[in-house]
Design a protein around this ligand. Structure first.
Ligand code: M6R
Length: 606
């Protein structure tokens, strides 16, 4: 996730406003930043690695003169966080500048073609292809807007873009596909930005750009059209009545809810992970004798799901281990033949780092899935995959959990292909379905919000809550329990439903809520009979499932029906209602879900 902003202001230099807006976007990424303005028909660019203030101190953004400009704050995806990879990116002639948030999935193919046509690339980013592609189209196309649209139509992936060209020095061209972009106007001044808060110091007249649209900004005017057919879009500006703090949450009352609702995007970003890194990671896993999946808290639950995925898809056993237990349990048996797959959102969890350091001393290969780039874990691992969920501010992990799962599916499929463990048809069907998961999540969010609010109201005063799952959703039960417990403080239990009869069933009494997760696989029948066991002893059963048949209905006091997906993908889909349940329960109990007591976002102590 990155932040972009563009401004046209004929009454003065834009650099001061760009700088102010950029600072408000810094939460979206902060490993490098840059600004480009057009002055006297020439582009002037300042960029470097580091935080915005550090770069400002070094170069002083305000020395840039000009009435039109764009700026960027980066959270690296393709290419290390250094000066050459910082945005804006320019074409060969230095006459086009591009800032971008998102991932261009086909950039390698485009780059190869453009290099064959003689374009010289400076960076390792996916973004730079946009500048060169636009340059290429402008060679034969007199109309700049047409060249811009042709450029957009060649791009696959997600993007929010703002582009300057000296050919039309009073225009900003921008576009959006699966990455946010809003437009603003204030008299003759016009704006585009990744979010509303960064525009609120200047204007409250805002209009969102929707997916599949582009806009041409000129002084005092904004024209919106569809990318696919160039048809014009008429959309009225809204006059917003909200402060920056409220707007930072995109109008949501808490970061947690905002982050839950970001999942269609964040999962898509995670699925866009670069193939070459996946291949490398899969090579290491494939070569090792044993694979340990090491993590803490929510990331451990992702690891448990990962162990099912690797076994089901690639026939590879991966042993999930809670990081703080790893050294005492396996320290003595780790060897040079083993790989550790560490999963950590922050990349700074001390328990995880300790386990990894100890395994490294014993010669094991360290692999990682992380969200925070340049974190300690990225530095000590041999290969890491960046899940690209963007900063998560709520203490409870939500979008980063489903992002981790998305990356684990990608690793699973890469391993399966390498080891020839899935038939081509099955592979194609699964991969196709995985790519549709972001859409499913979008539908699900709309569908289940109301139900989960209602359910929260029913359980909010419960003495305790029990979560049951089997197979791939055992971990979803653990995760549902952790979410509810950490932000609502209601004691909660979760265990594989088969364990019920070995003890926990004694806790069942009249009215105790049991949340059951049922997927359509070999565990379905057993899970249903476990739900019968608790229901016949007085528990109230709330069942989350994509199955809707008589067996399920018979065992559910309340059935929360979610969209149909193959059983293997249900951990993503079933986690989302549980996140909403925890959120609404916390709010109904008068608590702040973003800041649960005694907890920190990143736990850097042992
Ligand atoms: O940054 P990490 O993923 O390593 O953090 C691990 C846990 O501290 C974390 O997942 C924690 O359990 C969550 N905040 C729970 O929502």
């Amino acid at each position: 996730m990155c932040g972009i902003i563009g401004i046209i202001d004929l009454s003065g230099d834009v650099s001061e406003r760009l700088f102010k807006g950029l600072k408000l976007l810094e939460y979206r990424g902060y490993d490098s930043a840059g600004m480009a303005v057009i002055d006297d028909n020439r582009l002037h660019v300042v960029k470097d690695r580091g935080r915005i203030d550090e770069i400002h101190e070094k170069y002083d953004f305000l020395t840039l003169k000009g009435n039109i400009g764009i700026a960027h704050t980066r959270w690296a995806t393709h290419g290390a966080p250094d000066k050459v990879n910082a945005h804006p990116h320019i074409d060969c002639m230095g006459s086009i500048a591009v800032v971008h948030n998102g991932i261009i999935e086909n950039f390698m193919d485009l780059k190869t073609e453009l290099m064959e046509q003689g374009h010289r690339f400076r960076s390792r980013t996916d973004t730079e292809v946009i500048a060169h592609l636009f340059e290429e189209y402008l060679k034969n196309e007199a109309d700049v807007e047409t060249a811009f649209v042709k450029t957009l139509r060649k791009l696959d992936g997600a993007y929010a873009l703002a582009v300057l060209t000296v050919k039309e020095p009073q225009k900003i061209f921008c576009a959006r596909v699966d990455s946010p972009l809003v437009l603003g106007v204030e008299g003759e001044k016009v704006y585009c930005s990744s979010d509303i808060p960064s525009l609120l110091p200047f204007t409250n007249k805002i209009v969102p750009l929707e997916d599949g649209e582009y806009a041409v900004l000129t002084p005092g005017n904004i024209m919106i059209k569809r990318i696919s057919d160039g048809s014009p879009v008429r959309r009225a500006f809204k006059e917003l009545d909200m402060g920056i703090d409220e707007a930072k949450k995109d109008g949501y009352p808490h970061y947690m809810l905002k982050e839950i609702y970001e999942q269609p995007y964040s999962i898509r970003y995670a699925l866009g992970i670069q193939r070459n890194y996946l291949e490398l990671m899969a090579d290491f896993i494939d070569r090792s004798s044993r694979l340990y999946i090491v993590a803490a808290g929510t990331s451990y639950h992702a690891g448990v799901v990962g162990s099912y995925i690797f076994s089901r898809l690639a026939r590879i056993p991966g042993l999930p281990v809670i990081a703080s237990e790893f050294v005492s349990r396996y320290g003595d048996s780790i060897s040079v033949e083993d790989s550790i797959l560490a999963i950590s959102q922050s990349g700074e969890t001390r328990d995880v780092l300790w386990a990894v350091e100890q395994a490294k001393i014993r010669g094991a290969t360290i692999l990682a899935v992380v969200n925070v780039l340049a974190s300690t874990l990225t530095r000590i691992s041999r290969i890491y995959l960046h899940q690209q969920s963007g900063p998560e501010i709520g203490v409870a992990a939500t979008k980063t959990y489903t992002g981790q799962l998305a990356v684990l599916y990608k690793i699973g499929f890469t391993l399966a292909r390498k080891r020839g463990k899935l038939g081509q048809d099955e592979m194609d069907r699964f991969v196709d379905e995985l790519n549709k998961v972001p859409e499913v999540v979008e539908i699900l969010l709309k569908r289940c919000d109301h139900d989960m609010r209602k359910l929260a109201n029913e359980i909010k005063d419960s003495k305790y809550v029990i979560f049951l799952g089997r197979g791939v959703n055992t971990a979803t039960a653990y995760e549902g329990r952790l979410k509810l417990m950490e932000i609502s403080y209601i004691p909660s239990l979760a265990y594989p439903a088969g364990e019920n009869k070995h003890g926990p069933i004694s806790l069942i009494e009249r009215g105790i809520p049991v949340i059951g997760l049922v997927q359509d696989d070999e565990t379905k029948k057993l899970m249903i009979s476990n739900l019968h066991e608790v229901r016949s002893r007085g528990a109230k059963t709330y069942v989350i499932s994509s199955i809707d048949d008589n067996d399920i209905r018979e065992v559910s006091d309340v059935l929360i029906k979610v969209p149909q997906v193959s059983a293997i993908f249900t951990p993503i889909v079933y986690a989302i209602p549980l996140q909403l349940l925890a959120y609404y329960t916390s709010v109904l109990r008068g608590l702040d879900p973003d800041k649960p007591r005694n907890l920190a976002k990143s736990v850097t102590v042992i």
